[in-house]
Design a binder for this molecule. Structure first.
Ligand SMILES: [Zn+2]
Length: 211
């Protein structure tokens, strides 16, 4: 289903698509997936639960607020864990990908080997300290060169509009500044506690990608 405008977040930047319902006169549909196959085109995969949907129908698109809150928590958590990773391992540790949905996040990064137990512990500690400190999360728009000058991290494989990028910061200074179009919490305490549940390698080369 394609709407003239939509509040649904299409899967992008590692953040899973929103869940929710689309209501119309005499029926409703469940939103199963939301994708953006082309720039500016958002496509909803739906299942009509009851009623019959017709072309040009007036609909009410409603994102599940609980899902969205969980998605904002998990996605904002990737920013925090990424910043903690860089604080513990150094600035060469860079996110190469991620996946997140309510209650779960995975961060992919290229590194020369497995992390020690101490490093994992430190990453978890730094992350949870940032959550406890209730740091403000802000999003501002600026030209790409200005964002780079401010120290914003661009993610591998993403393309950015040089005239206008969205810069998401957590906390003061340069602790966490990323170019990101995702949905975020308003302050870090809303993320809730972060626990490192596992780490694995997806590459066998000397600089394999780690999760
Ligand atoms: Zn983000």
């Amino acid at each position: 289903m394609i709407l003239d405008r939509t509040p649904f977040y299409a899967e992008s930047g590692g953040q899973n698509a929103d869940a929710g319902v689309i209501e119309f006169d005499g029926g409703s549909a469940e939103v199963l997936d939301v994708q953006r196959p082309l720039k500016g085109l958002v496509v909803h995969q739906i299942r009509v639960v009851d009623g019959e949907l017709t072309l040009d129908a007036d609909v009410r698109a409603k994102v599940d607020p609980e899902w969205r809150l969980g998605a904002r928590q998990a996605h904002s958590g990737t920013h925090v864990v990424h910043a903690a990773l860089r604080q513990v391992l150094g600035p060469t540790a860079l996110q190469s990908g991620s996946y997140n949905r309510p209650g779960y996040l995975r961060l992919d990064f290229a590194w020369k080997g497995g992390l020690s137990q101490q490093e994992r512990h430190d990453i978890e500690d730094v992350s949870n300290l940032a959550v406890r400190r209730d740091l403000p999360v802000t999003a501002t728009y600026m030209p790409l060169p200005e964002a780079r000058a401010a120290g914003a991290i661009a993610l591998f494989g993403e393309t950015y509009n040089p005239e206008k990028v969205r810069v998401v910061r957590i906390g003061p200074g340069q602790w966490s500044i990323e170019l990101c179009g995702g949905t975020h919490v308003e302050s870090s305490s809303q993320i809730g506690p972060l626990v490192v549940t596992g780490e694995s390698s997806v590459g066998s080369s000397s600089a394999g990608s780690r999760r």
